[in-house]
Every structure is written in C-alpha cells, then in structure tokens.
Design a binder for this molecule. Structure first.
Ligand code: DON
Length: 304
C-alpha cells in the first residue's frame, strides 16, 4: 500500500504555498465570507484506515455534493422510474445553465446539474412528509455521525439571491416536470445545499459508494447496482463542463460543490475528500483538483 500520510503531507505543503488559490463563490453572499486559506484532505479506505492533513475536521458548506445524497435517496426510493424525469447524459454546460432545459422540453440532462437536482428534490417532496428530516437522517446514517446539520443562514442567503434556480424551477414547472410548488421544492433544495460537513464526515458518508452500497456499519444502504450507477453519473457529470477534465487529470468518479469541497473515490478501495474554498472559473475547487491530480499521479490509483 502507498505511504498515504507521506503523500498527503507532501501535496499539502506544496499546494499551501501557492499564491493563486482561486476565488470563493460570491454569488451566494454567505459563502463569500469563507476564509480562502482553509485547506484540508481526508482519506479513508474500505478497511477502515484513515489519514488526514490540514483543515480536514472543519465543517464547510457541502453545496452540490448534497446532490449525490438526494440522488441516492430518490433512486433507492423510486428505482428506474426516476430516469423518466431526468436523464443520465453529461451536459457539457455550467451547473446553472438554462437554455438546454428549454431545448429538451424540461427533462434535465442529469441529476447533478441544478435542474436535475431540483427534479430529484421534487421527487423527495412527493415521497416524504418531512423530506428535510428524512434527508438529515439518511446522511447521518451514511456517515454514522449525528453531528450533521443544515445552516439556515446559508439557505436563506440562497433563497434571497437564487434567481437562476427560480428560473430553472419555473421552467421545469411549465413543462410539467415538478409536482410540488416551486417555492417548496427550492426551499428543500437550498437546505440540502446548506448542509455542513467536514472532509472526514463526507469521506465516511461516501463509504457505500466505494463499497458496493454497504455502509461502514456493514448494513446495505444502497444496492451494488445503485452504487455502480451513481458512480458512473459522478464520473460523467460530477464536474459539469469540467467532467472531462477531471476524468483526464484525476481519473476517479467524484462530486464538487461551490463551498470548495470535492469527494472522489476508487471503487473497492478508498474515498478522498478535499476542501479549499477558492474555485476555478468552472466553479470547482482550484486547489482541490490540483491536489487530487497529484494524489492519483503519486499513487497511480485511478479507475483507468
Ligand atoms: O444552486 C446553487 O447554485 C448552489 N446551491 C450549488 C451549486 C454548486 O455547488 C455547484 N458546484 N460546483
């Protein structure tokens, strides 16, 4: 096995010294306040070993990483019926792009762009009386950790400024692809994005995706097929119009969020989570992507 701790220490030292750390997401006013110098990495493997460096145990806004959790819930709940309302093709466009949705008559390209995640959120609203409580329960169970919460201030900040998401949800509604009122669906969607977790908690929560659907506590959270399909969607769609670049540079399925987090995993092996709030122009963590490229190059660990 590679000397993971040593490799993480080297990458951390090298990247921390970089002057260019990208730009924090300022289109969500609350996220603009986050300290850009934070940087952490956490790695765990399916045998229970773990390694960390930097701010790996500080909570941050997981944002779009939450789309993997809601997708897993909706897929487990609805099965293949879900794919009638959302497709599984990469979009090649930014996460909040509108034009494709109009062209494709309200069927989002995939569940990891905003339009797709909003449809998934609508499915959960139709399935549960209290979807926010159910999602929290599900994520806490995946991570085996009850200290995971929504941040209402971040959610409110997005409710007040998320005009593009309102446009997307209204377009979905006009095509008949939302069952619930736009305000209710977006209230849930903004709350899922406001979940705060550490690199350690995210790595633990993604354990079943690296372990054929089986959680750390050894119960089956997802079927092996569901885990396989969600990993495939992460690989092809997890980084929006940078999914090709992430596969090319890093070579792992993963998911990013505008809070600066990235989770990536090697099936049957490990999960690695990075957090650095500065983003590149595609909205993915600048240092996080660099760290993961260096990690898979140093360890030769990739699905390819
Ligand atoms: O809906 C939004 O714009 C944000 N709540 C989430 C976007 C996001 O994290 C994109 N990821 N890189």
């Amino acid at each position: 096995m590679p000397d993971y701790q040593n490799i993480l220490n080297t990458i951390y030292k090298e990247l921390l010294a970089r002057e260019d750390k990208g730009e924090v997401a300022d289109y969500i006013p609350e996220l603009a306040k986050v300290d850009k110098t934070k940087f952490g990495v956490y790695l765990n493997n399916i045998h229970g070993e773990n390694y960390c460096v930097g701010d790996a145990k500080t909570k941050f806004s997981i944002q779009s990483i939450s789309k993997v959790f809601t997708l897993a819930m909706a897929f487990a709940n609805q099965g293949n019926k879900l794919w009638k309302r959302v497709d599984v093709e990469p979009s090649g466009n930014p996460f909040n792009y509108l034009a494709l949705l109009e062209q494709e008559e309200g069927i989002p390209r995939n569940p990891l762009i905003n339009s797709g995640a909003i449809v998934v959120a609508d499915c959960l609203l139709s399935s549960y009386d209290d979807p926010k409580a159910e999602l929290l329960k599900f994520v806490r169970q995946l991570a085996n950790d009850d200290d995971i919460h929504y941040n209402d201030t971040v959610a409110t900040s997005e409710i007040e400024t998320g005009f593009r998401n309102f446009a997307i949800a209204n377009l979905l509604k006009s095509f008949g692809n939302l069952e619930n009122p736009v305000e209710d669906v977006l209230d849930f969607y903004f709350h899922q994005c406001s979940l705060e977790m550490t690199c350690e908690q995210l790595s633990n929560a993604f354990f079943p995706f690296a372990n054929k659907g089986v959680c750390m506590q050894e119960n089956e959270c997802l079927t092996a097929t569901q885990a396989k399909r969600i990993n495939a969607i992460m690989l092809t769609c997890g980084f929006y119009d940078e999914a090709g670049e992430f596969a090319f540079e890093v070579g792992l399925p993963g998911k990013s969020g505008v809070g600066g987090g990235i989770v990536a995993l090697l099936p049957d092996n490990f999960i690695i989570t990075t957090w650095s709030p500065g983003l590149n122009e595609k909205g993915n963590s600048y240092l996080g992507m660099l760290a993961l490229e260096k990690f898979t190059t140093a360890t030769k660990a990739s699905i390819f």
